[in-house]
Design a protein around this ligand. Structure first.
Ligand SMILES: O=C(O)c1cccc(C(=O)CC[C@H]2O[C@@H](n3cnc4c(=O)[nH]cnc43)[C@H](O)[C@@H]2O)c1
Length: 226
């Protein structure tokens, strides 16, 4: 893919939201010094509600051209290995709906209460994926689910993967950040560096330093692509 379709001397201002400080620092380590005035990296807090509220508060005060939700995340088997990068094709609020005894989970879309899905910007996703691949990181574009409770059993993992074909990664902020961007009519992306496998919870198997390192590396190419 041709990354030169986007100017390398862009003046686009980009807001990057991370859940926690370690993720924020990983991104700041990767961003070249000269890009400081174009990129603002701020804390969203953990979970979609905090992410939506804090992103909205920032966008109401300051003008940006694009919003990115970024951080570590869980990877679905067969789609995203630990240390790789997932770019969201869609940010999906996977637990926004109703559980029913007859039909299991019913999304807000099926209930007629709006949409649980926000599209990421496809053009920038393509350019970013090419650039990330070129610096030696494995990268995959696919649906990223946002949950308020991390998935922690084989049963719920299988259920989620069944409900959302191609689900590639899981995080807790993407949909919240995306919803805020959507209300401000701004393009949005989600970048997840994979720290763990989505499945039965085993915190000792999380490879947070590897994921943060991948996040730093991926951040280094953001200014030239965006
Ligand atoms: O303990 C640390 O050093 C540390 C450093 C950086 C980040 C963390 C977090 O715990 C970040 C929480 C953040 O991570 C996302 N996440 C990661 N894996 C999953 C998952 O399997 N399912 C859902 N979310 C996941 C999530 O966005 C959290 O907000 C710790």
């Amino acid at each position: 893919m041709n990354t030169s379709i986007h100017s390398h001397s862009s003046s686009r201002r980009i807001l990057i939201m991370t859940a926690v400080e370690a993720e924020r620092e990983a991104i700041l380590r990767g961003l070249p010094a000269l890009s400081e005035d174009r990129f603002s990296v701020q804390l969203a807090g953990v979970g979609p509600a905090s992410a939506a509220a804090r992103t909205t508060a920032i966008l109401a005060k300051e003008s940006f051209d694009m919003v990115i939700s970024a951080g570590i995340g869980g990877g679905f088997a067969g789609y995203a290995d630990i240390g790789s990068i997932v770019l969201a094709s869609q940010m999906i609020a996977a637990d926004l709906g109703s559980e029913t005894p007859e039909h299991g989970f019913i999304s807000v879309d099926e209930l007629g209460f709006g949409s649980s899905m926000i599209q990421a910007d496809t053009v920038y996703n393509g350019s970013l994926a090419s650039a990330i691949q070129q610096i030696g990181l494995a990268v995959h574009i696919g649906p990223v689910v946002t949950v308020s409770t991390t998935t922690g059993s084989a049963e719920s993992t299988a259920m989620l993967a069944g409900r959302i074909p191609g689900a590639s990664a899981e995080g807790m902020e993407g949909y919240g950040v995306a919803l805020a961007a959507h209300y401000f009519h701004l393009p949005v992306l989600e970048i997840r560096a994979i720290s763990n496998r989505v499945g039965p919870r085993d915190r000792s198997s999380w490879r947070i330093p590897d994921a943060l390192q991948a996040l730093t590396k991926a951040s280094s190419i953001l200014p030239e692509v965006l």
